[in-house]
Structures are given as structure tokens and as C-alpha cells.
Design a protein around this ligand. Structure first.
Ligand code: ZN
Length: 285
């Protein structure tokens, strides 16, 4: 069941209550190659491939894994799929933009939502809103800090693990706010360090265009960029304040912990730093 939290206190209490079940349940799942479960995108009982999302040492990453054999969505993909579908069920005529396109998530979501608009970030040299040939497909380029969508033209914007790769992520939040209508929502996944308040800054750009690293460089895998993408921040609870500062009236963290539906933590071995529950960020205009 997806539950939304406005602050860390109630959220941390909720995950404390889950902890015993999490440890035993996820240890069992992590030892399997596949597990049976219910996929919310397939609306069917299916099999999830467990060990396909990378590893932390010997622990399979269950956030990027638990991939449905039917639709190809990972745990993290299904999580945002489920939240976006709920919103669209409430508002069937919603104008919706997903800031990805060449992905199983876009393909699966579009089956239920023909009006869905998708895009990819190609490079800073490309023009937002224009269509380019990219990986052999015609693809609309959009940048989360400079969207081509008009002011107040969308009801729902979704994106997945984008904000940590944007140095000026507050500009990204303001830009998404700009394109949303009254009562519009941004729903996204983001790596979230639930024990942090302020974000950690891992790197920052220098004036000359080079990058100053404040710790070991962290790159995340990306299907479209074999070199990976640089991570600038580890976010904590201040991200909700940043969203309100960007003009949203409400910002919340959503938790949907349900092992039968393949919504598990990332299975990171460090519970105090790095363990991530199946979380979403929602910001409402
Ligand atoms: Zn599925």
C-alpha cells in the first residue's frame, strides 16, 4: 500500500515497524534467481528475476533488480508506474510527460496512457522540444532545467533517478513547477538517504568547466550512456523543503513496501547509510 509522508518522523517509525519482516523476507528473496509475485503493470502473477540489477558485494541490488519477466520493469520502474497510474486513474484526461522515452517504463505506461509524452536528455547542445535521431529512434530532447513545455501546460510529470545527476537540482524543481497546472503533480524516484537531513555534495562544477570531486567519484549506470552519469548529490529530507521552496505547496515521500508485488529495498548492506526503501517523491502545485 502506497503511503505518503510529510516528514521524517512518521516515515522512520513506519520503517522501524517493517524492519524484521524486511530482513527475513529480503534475505530469502536475495538467495533466489527468480521469485513469483504480482506485477502491478502486468496486472498478473508473474516471475521476478532477482539478481539482474547489479550487486553490493554479494548482495543483489533489489531496487534495480526484481525485474518482471512479463513487462521488463524493475522494482523501481514498477514503483513509479504504479504511482503514475493511480494519478491518471484519478484524472484520466491528464496531460502527462515522462522524462524518458527509450525505456520499458515508457512503453508499458503508454499502453494505458496514449497521450503520454516522452523525451530523453541527449546533450546540452540539443534544443528542447526538437526531435533527433538518437540510438536509432526519433527522440524528443528535453532537459529538466530547460523544458520546452509551456507554463502550466501539464498535469503530471514523472522522472526516474534524474535529480541526483543535476547539479542545480533546485532549478530542475522550479522548472517542473513552471510547466505544471494548478493541482499538478511531479512524481519521481530518486536515491534517498533517509538518515540524512541536508544533501551531501559529492562533486561540483568549477568555473572552467572541470569538476571538483569532494569524495570518490560516483557514476550511475545508464542504458543509453555506457560511461555512466555523474552523481552530484546524495539527497536527504531537505529535498522536501527544496521542493516547497521551488513553489510546490506540498512535498512528500511515498513508501510502498510490498514484497509480493516486488517492492523491496535496494538490499544495501549498510542500514545506516545506503539502504533505500521503495520510495517516491511527490510534489504538488
Ligand atoms: Zn510485469
Amino acid at each position: 500500500m502506497l503511503t505518503w509522508f510529510d516528514s521524517s518522523t512518521d516515515f522512520l517509525r513506519a520503517i522501524d515497524a517493517l524492519d524484521g519482516r524486511r530482513r527475513s523476507g529480503e534475505a530469502h528473496i536475495a538467495a533466489q534467481e527468480t521469485v513469483a509475485g504480482y506485477c502491478v503493470a502486468c496486472a498478473a502473477v508473474t516471475n521476478f528475476a532477482v539478481r539482474v540489477g547489479g550487486f553490493y558485494g554479494s548482495n543483489p541490488n533489489l531496487r534495480e533488480g526484481l525485474t518482471c519477466r512479463g513487462c521488463g520493469l524493475s522494482n523501481r520502474n514498477r514503483l513509479i508506474y504504479s504511482a503514475l497510474r493511480r494519478r491518471v486513474d484519478e484524472l484520466p484526461q491528464a496531460d502527462v510527460a515522462l522524462l524518458e522515452y527509450l525505456t520499458p517504463l515508457f512503453a508499458v505506461l503508454r499502453r494505458h496512457l496514449p497521450q503520454l509524452q516522452g523525451s530523453e536528455y541527449i546533450s546540452e547542445k540539443h534544443v528542447p522540444g526538437q526531435v533527433y535521431s538518437y540510438h536509432g529512434h526519433p527522440v524528443r530532447h528535453e532537459s529538466i532545467t530547460q523544458l520546452s513545455y509551456a507554463d502550466a501546460s501539464l498535469d503530471l510529470v514523472g522522472h526516474c533517478d534524474v535529480l541526483e545527476h543535476v547539479y542545480d537540482y533546485c532549478a530542475a524543481l522550479r522548472e517542473v513547477r513552471r510547466v505544471l497546472r494548478p493541482a499538478g503533480q511531479m512524481i519521481c524516484t530518486v536515491p534517498f538517504f533517509m538518515t540524512r537531513q541536508e544533501e551531501a555534495v559529492l562533486a561540483r562544477p568549477r568555473d572552467d568547466g572541470s569538476i571538483e570531486f569532494l569524495g570518490p567519484p560516483e557514476y550511475h549506470g545508464d542504458g543509453l550512456r555506457p560511461e555512466g552519469i555523474l552523481t552530484w548529490h546524495h539527497f536527504g529530507w531537505k529535498l522536501l523543503d527544496d521542493a516547497r521552496e521551488a513553489g510546490f505547496s506540498r512535498a512528500q515521500i511515498g513508501l510502498d513496501y510490498d514484497l509480493f508485488c516486488g517492492f523491496a529495498t535496494n538490499n544495501h548492506p549498510r542500514a545506516e547509510y545506503g539502504l533505500m526503501y521503495p520510495l517516491l517523491l511527490r510534489a504538488v502545485v
